[in-house]
Write a protein that binds this ligand. Structure first.
Ligand SMILES: [Zn+2]
Length: 75
């Protein structure tokens, strides 16, 4: 059962995404996060247990590897 996007009311599709969040001054990424993604606007929706899991992984800080990301300035 796919949900509807609450922003634009389009259909969402279930897929695994890379979730990113700032945490204590670091940009962290969590891979293979199941989410419902809006096909129209790209809004991502997570179930409450997935959100819990993400926060636990982040708090425990057991990252499997570190990647570098380029940072751009809009001047
Ligand atoms: Zn949408």
């Amino acid at each position: 059962m796919n949900k509807k996007c609450s922003a634009c009311h389009s259909e969402t599709i279930s897929k695994n995404i890379t979730y990113t969040q700032w945490y204590q001054g670091e940009l962290i990424a969590v891979e293979n996060v199941p989410a419902d993604v809006c096909q129209n606007c790209g809004e991502e929706y997570f179930s409450p247990d997935i959100v819990d899991k993400i926060q636990k992984v982040i708090e425990l800080h057991r990252s499997s590897r570190t990647i570098q990301v380029p940072v751009f300035q809009l001047s």
